[in-house]
Design a binder for this molecule. Structure first.
Ligand code: SF4
Length: 454
């Protein structure tokens, strides 16, 4: 029953491209309105509310609803956001189709490290200029990414999404999160080979995937254009663990593992916790005292423009150079500590089980925990904005605890299944599983400190 519904849904997406395009352009319009108009408006007065002030409304939509639920949608529907709703995807593809120069994609664009580096730098820069709080900062970061998408679409590919596949700062994050999706387009290789019907030209796949080999959702944008091709491709349900347990061992992209461990776990923890961390305050006090004792005062002045460091004197909100240094140090330090710590533990595990590449496989068991962290961190902004409006969510702490515990248990289950697949020796299994459980403790502890401890 479910498989029939999904199959029909996939084919309907293929047949009704027009509706998808209208939806995409509608979202492009909404995105541009929410991104551009607030930058021409004054900072919201203290008594302003989300529903009475467009700046606050745009802030709430972007950071309180849009981003957390895009993250959630990856877990529920795969990358449907990319293929059906994303304004940058629509704009880069449209530019490439209408005006594209169709130049050969240079090797530097195809470098596999971009998703990790772009995510880490964008996250850090967003914190330095307070992207969640100010419309200009949001325009600079989101608008900059959109202009990048249009420029890449203009030069490279014909009707393709070169930007989305190689350069989008959240491409790697979506790639990892969508591995947990319960639906995906899949190719049936037997049906493909035995197809004797009408000879059709290959469907156009915007992220340039080899659709014959399609068995996972992580690179597929779920646009539905290939559905029904050679009677072999259809939208199907699957176990949420399938892509990690069954195919996770085949994926050996070291940069995706780095993005997960250093970026989605380490840098994300740093970026979401620095505002409430007493360690951050201690670090700043220590350095400030040192500077004063040595008669060095310039780092204590907020002289940087708003596009380098937050600077809104009218709002009593300005970062001095020392703030900027401490934020950078804290966020990147958190990325390095978690990234190297987890890498070392999983490499030791691989050595112990004599599987050097196990580190790339077992790391993927952390995806549920990383997803929960991103979702909780982003919804903290929604909760804060609602609190300013006098809406107190009394149940939020319990909901956070349930999400964290659930994600932790899911990660443990994935780790258990991967290790069971790797070793039959019960003693080796127990020891390695204990080490894996141990690796989850610092991540859970960091979120506990953020929401309960500090
Ligand atoms: S494989 Fe390509 S064409 Fe098919 S649904 Fe995915 S993104 Fe679209």
């Amino acid at each position: 029953m479910i498989s029939k519904i999904l199959h029909k849904l996939g084919v309907a997406m293929q047949r009704h491209k027009g509706i998808i395009q209208i939806t995409q352009w509608g979202i492009v319009g909404l995105y541009l309105v929410l991104l551009i108009i607030p930058t021409f408006m004054d900072l919201p007065p203290r008594h302003a509310h989300i529903l009475s002030n467009l700046v606050l409304f745009a802030q709430f939509i972007f950071w309180g609803i849009w981003w957390p639920f895009v993250i959630l949608s990856m877990l529920v529907m795969g990358r449907v956001w990319c293929g059906v709703f994303c304004p940058e995807g629509a704009l880069t593809e449209w530019t490439s189709k209408k005006f594209g120069k169709n130049k050969t994609i240079p090797r530097w664009i195809k470098w596999k490290g971009w998703p990790a580096i772009a995510f880490i730098l964008t996250t850090l820069y967003g914190q330095l200029i307070s992207v969640y709080d100010y419309a200009q900062a949001a325009l600079l970061i989101l608008g900059g990414s959109t202009i990048g998408a249009i420029i890449v679409g203009f030069f490279y590919g014909k009707e393709n999404r070169v930007w989305c596949r190689y350069l989008c700062p959240v491409n790697g994050v979506f790639n990892l999160l969508s591995r947990l999706s319960p639906i995906s387009f899949k190719s049936n290789t037997k049906k493909w080979a035995n197809y004797h019907g009408e000879q059709l030209s290959n469907p156009h796949c915007p992220p340039m995937i080899n659709i014959r080999q399609l068995h996972g959702v992580s690179s597929c944008h779920m646009c539905g254009r290939c559905a029904g091709y050679r009677d072999a491709i259809s939208l199907q349900s699957r176990s949420v663990n399938e892509e990690i347990i069954v195919y996770g061992g085949e994926k050996d992209n070291i940069w995706q593992t780095r993005l997960l461990l250093f970026g989605m776990i380490g840098v994300a923890i740093g970026a979401f916790t620095w505002t409430v961390s007493p360690w951050f305050v201690q670090l700043k006090q220590l350095l400030a005292n040192w500077l004063i004792n040595h008669n060095i005062f310039w780092p204590l002045n907020a002289t940087a423009p708003w596009w380098i460091l937050t600077n809104y004197p009218d709002n009593n909100d300005s970062f001095n150079w020392l703030d900027g240094f401490c934020v950078t140090f804290y966020i990147l330090g958190s990325g390095l500590i978690f990234g190297f710590g987890l890498t070392i533990i999983y490499k030791l595990l691989g050595r112990f089980l004599r599987k050097p590449n196990l580190y790339l496989y077992i790391s993927q068991a952390l995806i549920p925990l990383a997803a929960a962290g991103l979702f909780l961190g982003l919804t903290a902004t929604s909760v804060k904005l609602l609190q300013y409006d006098g809406i107190i969510l009394g149940w939020i702490k319990n909901a956070r605890a349930i999400i964290l515990i659930g994600a932790g248990l899911w990660s443990l289950y994935l780790g258990y299944k991967i290790l069971r697949k790797i070793t039959n020796n019960i003693y080796q299994f127990i020891l390695s599983f204990c080490l894996f459980c141990f690796s989850l403790i610092p991540i859970l502890a960091a979120w506990w400190f953020m929401f309960w401890g500090w």
